[in-house]
Write a protein that binds this ligand. Structure first.
Ligand SMILES: NC(=O)c1ccc[n+]([C@@H]2O[C@H](COP(=O)([O-])OP(=O)(O)OC[C@H]3O[C@@H](n4cnc5c(N)ncnc54)[C@H](O)[C@@H]3O)[C@@H](O)[C@H]2O)c1
Length: 396
């Protein structure tokens, strides 16, 4: 029997033959409406946070404000970090390792904010003992390993989701609806880029399994596949521009993963997109997303063009110009409460209410597949075909 995703892919193929992104979206819409979540008996989801470094400083305040979440424990292999975060956010329990955490005070959802290379095995351990997982990107190091995690989660009756949450923004919804309505005519091309001069607080960003793609490019890859549909094939070039880095508390380290990437995606109906990411992109605004006012995502069609103002993780609006309205007009200037660090809180709300988030693990893993294909393409010099896919369109 064919899986639901295979059926959806077939729908997309037929729609593609009909010609446009809008046609593909209207065919694919049928399959999406069948997916529903089950509400939990709990009013608050008990959360265990693992990884008490930089990003935990953004997640914990959001989780503490969330009426659907109760943070019950923190954990870090640098134990004083777990102690410090527990004290700062009045969390009752802290642990120096995942094993005592999983055996300790019960919780429902593991929020995994550790090094990128650690996610897969920690997620597996938590699912194994029946915990839901919200993981920072990536959920796993390969598409196959991620799909195994999803199978395991199904067996254990739990759910897994992963960052980023860019598809949850009102700006993403506006762009998706504009494409679905055919406002841009025949969509041809899209470009997105995101970079800065790189973090200096941890070495893992520059070591094998890290790199600019899973840390930064992942946002644009998620946005563009979310808007234009799954990538059918990938061609990429990656490089190491800065071979050594200074990391606080560690000194000089060798860079062993790409810090510069350009990925080309074929979305299968004549639509080609490109994403650039890197840790050597001077940006006058540094890490300050709110200051970025240029178009970081551009989509071009035969009757219209669209530009996302600011970053997809902190969008400030969408500019649209069409044959009928050739002057750029700004839409959706308000984030309506969307913030990039909302993922774990949003999942708590979804688990309590049964309302499905726009993010799906299949989408996150399709993006992992793209990044692995990009590395393979760099190594082999070849174009890499992909078979992975995800429920699309995301917004109808
Ligand atoms: N820092 C940010 O602004 C930011 C923003 C968005 C996403 N992210 C993502 O969040 C993740 C963490 O990034 P970060 O910047 O917070 O890194 P970080 O180095 O500041 O924090 C990671 C923490 O995880 C701990 N850790 C590592 N392995 C562990 C294990 N096996 N068990 C328990 N603890 C472990 C480390 O000791 C460290 O305290 C990455 O996936 C990154 O891409 C970071």
């Amino acid at each position: 029997m064919k899986s639901e995703l295979a059926n959806r892919r077939e729908f997309l193929g037929q729609a593609v033959a009909a010609g446009t992104v809008a046609a593909a979206i209207s065919h694919a819409r049928v399959a999406r409406s069948q997916e529903v979540g089950r509400p939990s008996a709990r009013k608050r989801i008990r959360v265990g946070v693992i990884g008490c470094g930089s990003v935990s400083g953004r997640y914990l305040p959001h989780l503490k404000e969330c009426s659907f979440a109760e943070v019950v424990s923190t954990c870090d292999i640098i134990p004083e970090r777990a102690v410090q975060r527990a004290k700062e956010f009045q969390v009752a329990n802290h642990y120096p390792h995942i094993d005592p955490m999983l055996r300790g005070v019960p919780f429902d959802l593991l929020v995994n904010l550790t090094d990128m290379q650690e996610h897969e095995h920690l997620n597996r351990e938590a699912i194994q003992v029946g915990r839901h997982v919200w993981s920072e990107k990536p959920i796993a190091n390969s598409h196959a390993a991620g799909m195994e995690l999803l199978d395991l989660a199904r067996q254990k009756g739990v759910r897994v989701w992963g960052a980023p949450v860019v598809v949850a923004s009102p700006q993403f919804a506006f762009m998706a609806k504009t494409l679905a309505a055919g406002v841009l005519g025949r969509v041809a091309s899209a470009h997105a880029d995101y970079g800065h001069t790189g973090p200096n607080w941890s070495a893992f960003f520059y070591q094998v399994g890290g790199g600019s793609m899973p840390d930064l490019g992942v946002y644009n890859l998620t946005s563009l596949t979310g808007l234009l549909g799954p990538a059918r094939s990938v061609t990429a070039m990656t490089s190491i521009v800065t071979p050594t880095r200074h990391i606080d508390g560690k000194g000089e380290i060798e860079v062993t993963e790409e810090d510069n990437a350009t990925v080309l995606m074929d979305h299968g109906h004549g639509v080609i997109s490109s994403v650039q990411s890197g840790f050597n992109f001077f940006n006058p605004h540094g890490h300050e997303g709110a200051q970025e006012s240029r178009h970081t995502i551009s989509i071009y069609g035969s009757q219209g063009s669209m530009g996302l103002v600011g970053y997809d993780w902190e969008p400030l609006g969408v500019d649209l110009a069409t044959e009928q309205q050739p002057l750029w007009k700004r839409h959706e200037p308000d984030a309506q409460g969307y913030v990039w660090q909302q993922g774990a809180s949003q999942i708590c709300e979804c688990l309590v209410t049964g309302r499905e988030p726009r993010m799906t693990p299949e989408h996150a893993l399709h993006v992992v597949d793209i990044m692995c294909a990009a590395r393979e393409s760099q190594k082999s010099g070849r174009r890499i075909e992909l078979t992975s896919t995800f429920p699309w369109p995301i917004v109808t």
